[in-house]
Design a protein around this ligand. Structure first.
Ligand SMILES: NC(=O)c1ccc[n+]([C@@H]2O[C@H](COP(=O)([O-])OP(=O)(O)OC[C@H]3O[C@@H](n4cnc5c(N)ncnc54)[C@H](O)[C@@H]3O)[C@@H](O)[C@H]2O)c1
Length: 452
């Protein structure tokens, strides 16, 4: 990676402003990624403006409130005292020195990348762009998005005929562009966000240097790569690595169940190897905004190059099948009690896509509930983070949380998400039958427990 060394007033000016905490930072998309990022900059004494099209979020923040479970109102209020404001008015973009985009990148109904949030945002920014500004995309996406999709819109639709800075040409009438993937692991309290190294790929060396300075002010380490595409691909490699390894343990779990071997015991033993093995754990299916979605961004893009990403497709097939495995395990467990799924009262414990977080996106619990209902089960659920499950992109359940009492009334208690708040000993004691998809009941010996 070449670092630009010649004096360049606009780059130096930008870096100076960062150092002096005079740079104004705009964060677009105040969700699970954008809001914590805005707070990090605010903690570091920057003046931050958050942009979101969801007026409810803007209003909540204006009142000093929070809509993300792990972010307290005190944190929002401290940021407000530091000058943090939220708005849906894109005209304020002009006043920003750096603009960081953290909008969603889902799949559409055909399992193809839906870049509409990125393109909508880019169309909104372009008319307010000015020379010297740095625009960074953080949303997870396929290699080429920043350069092939975002930059052309910004260049075509800005009002000053500005061009993105490329190569080592003088800055002049230019704006700067970079990609830097978000690597947060929600619910993981073992690594502070500032200790997660930040990968940065600039469209040219100056953009890389500016983005390095921008993130160097809140992260302990930045990792420059040669291009936005390399940074985009880095994020996908990380998530595909996870997706494929989870599929591997999910498949081996199915085999172990058939062979009467405890996969959790095996993973625990293999994890004692001091090198060459990293543990991944089986579960009821993939969830969250990232692992079930991101790999398909790459398999879609690969087709343009006449290339099939077979590992991704195979992993997708195995992981997608896991909720169906859970359904069939509930069926066999009930069968042993001379009951059928049809008409059984089933309590689903935990609906978040993983433990101790308030995120339902792509959660396997939603699929499992739908499958159970389709087969005639009377399903209730409990989750400390969700009093109600309404309508999402792919489901419309309209269910109210059931309190955790009188567990004996259910034919089956199905543990889908192993939240730490649950007293599993007590749950097993009270239930007639427990089907455990997460090994949450480890250490408890009882014939009522069925591992699946
Ligand atoms: N959540 C995670 O743990 C995580 C981790 C790593 C990467 N990512 C990636 O980060 C990106 C954002 O994810 P998230 O979880 O924060 O999503 P989110 O849905 O929680 O938040 C996105 C926000 O963007 C807003 N938005 C949508 N279109 C907009 C527009 N045109 N202008 C302004 N605001 C707009 C939405 O209203 C929402 O508040 C995604 O690409 C995701 O893959 C997420």
């Amino acid at each position: 990676m070449t670092t630009y060394t010649a004096a360049d007033p606009s780059v130096d000016q930008f870096k100076n402003k960062i150092q002096q905490r005079q740079a104004r930072i705009g964060i677009i998309g105040l969700g699970y990624v954008g809001l914590p990022l805005a707070l990090l900059y605010s903690e570091q004494k920057f003046q931050v403006t958050g942009f979101d099209i969801d007026q409810r979020k803007v209003d909540t923040l204006a009142k000093g409130g929070s809509y993300i479970y792990r972010i307290t109102t005190e944190e929002i209020q401290a940021a407000k005292a530091q000058g943090f404001t939220a708005t849906s008015d894109y005209a304020q973009i002009t006043a920003m020195d750096a603009v960081i985009i953290c909008v969603p990148t889902p799949l559409n109904e055909y399992h193809e990348p839906d870049l509409s949030f990125i393109t909508d945002t880019t169309h909104s920014i372009a008319p307010h762009l000015r020379a010297g500004q740095l625009v960074v995309l953080e949303s997870t996406t396929y290699p080429g998005t920043t350069e092939e999709i975002m930059v052309p819109i910004l260049e075509k639709e800005n009002k000053g005929e500005l061009k993105a800075a490329r190569g080592t040409e003088a800055s002049g009438n230019k704006f700067f562009v970079a990609f830097s993937p978000e690597r947060e692991d929600p619910g993981n309290t073992t690594v502070a966000r500032r200790d997660i190294p930040k990968v940065v790929g600039g469209l040219n060396p100056r953009a890389a240097e500016m983005a390095g300075a921008l993130y160097g002010s809140i992260f302990n380490r930045t990792i420059p790569v040669s291009s936005p595409a390399a940074a985009e691909m880095t994020k996908l490699l990380e998530n595909i690595y996870r997706c494929v390894n989870i599929a591997l343990v999910n498949e081996l779990k199915l085999l172990c169940l058939r062979m009467g071997i405890d996969i959790w015991e095996v993973i625990g033993a293999a994890s004692t190897k001091p090198f060459g093995f990293h543990p991944f754990y089986p579960g009821p299916g993939l969830g969250g905004h990232c692992i079930p979605v991101d790999p398909f961004y790459l398999s879609w893009k690969a087709k343009e190059w006449d290339f099939r990403t077979r590992f991704i497709e195979l992993a997708g097939e195995i992981n997608t099948n896991m909720p169906y495995h859970v359904l069939s395990s509930v069926g066999s467990a009930l069968n042993r009690h001379k009951k059928s799924v049809n008409g059984a009262r089933v309590l689903v414990l935990g609906v978040a896509y993983k433990k101790d977080i308030d995120d339902l996106r792509e959660s396997p619990a939603l699929t499992i509930i739908e499958l159970l209902q389709k087969d005639g089960a009377v399903v209730s659920y409990n989750d400390p983070y969700f009093p109600f499950i309404g309508k999402g992109r792919k489901y419309d359940l309209q269910m109210k949380r059931t309190e955790l009492n009188d567990l004996g009334q259910y034919d089956c208690v199905l543990i889908v998400t192993d939240h730490s708040d649950y007293d599993y000993q007590k749950i097993v004691q009270q239930a007639q039958l427990v089907v455990d998809t997460r090994n949450a009941t480890r250490g408890i010996k009882d014939v009522k427990i069925v591992h699946c």
